[in-house]
Design a protein around this ligand. Sequence first.
Ligand code: ZN
Ligand code: ZN
Length: 345
Amino acid sequence: MRRIALIDYGKLELQNITDGIKKLQQGTVKVAVKACSICGSDIALYRGQRSLKDEKYFGHEFSGIVTDAGSEANGIKVGMRVASELCRTCGQCWNCLNGLKNYCKSMNDALLPGGFCEETLVLNTSEYSFLSPIPDTLDFETASLLEPTNCAFRIAHQANITPGANIVIFGLGAMGIISALILKSLGAGKVVGVDRSIKRLEKLRTLSLIDTVDGNNADWLEQVQEMTSSKGADIVIEATGATAVLGDAFKAVRPGGRIVVASVYHAPAGDLTLLPIMRKELTIVGAKGPYPHINSAGKSIPVQIMAKLHSDLQKLVSVYDYKDALHAFEDAMSGTAIKAVIRFN
Ligand SMILES: [Zn+2]
Ligand SMILES: [Zn+2]
């Protein structure tokens, strides 16, 4: 069984484990992983920005086929095509009863050894519904983007848009782009993305999914205002991970506007000036996915969104063979790949 292991910070190892997973616990599902995409949090782990000691699994954005299912696996059966959505809701704890289902439970004990392995165990009970069935029309590589799509849908939810709203998105990694695609499909007016990675901007221009502005230009703000409104954007999404960019968000947003913080900040805010919060009467909200967004038929809304945006999402994916895992991580870190997906053949 082939596995990509992070043995130390910055050190990946391709391993071949002989003892496969045999016995299944109640509510546990075994998945033959077909594709696993690299998340910003995997990169943070690789770079040592997060502690390896606290992590039991590696790789959480995966898709595959269910090869075994213990009893009470919440409707997940052998042969099903699935993707990890990592939502959990017991429906009974204080968080669940107060609309904070994304704070219900940790997934640290629910995934072993994770999606960067040909075979992984996933806990999937009615409380931990971490897998979602995917339609046959979705290829496995694109389907591995289900969890980030869920997180992007959370961003769109927190943006609380009204049709026609002008939106500026800082940070055009997968999270920024997918939320742009979702917000457009929900009726946003103008959506403009700002990024400083030349490689990424070049790539995005060839994909023509979103209008972009190079944040390195001294007149980036004028360019953004010309494309949206001189009053400023109704909504700004901050998805760069760099605290200083929050200051740019204050400049780009209109008075009375809304800023959605979707970044995982690893550094303090330094000398960021906070006066615009009061002067512009800003609403600032966080967006922490994944969240169990379920329709009235009990189906995952992000899966339906993926099916609808399939061809656009497919364009974000760069596929790498298992043997080229290191290359995939390098391209994910440099911005050459918007979403690097590792495939197990
Ligand atoms: Zn992720
Ligand atoms: Zn709960």
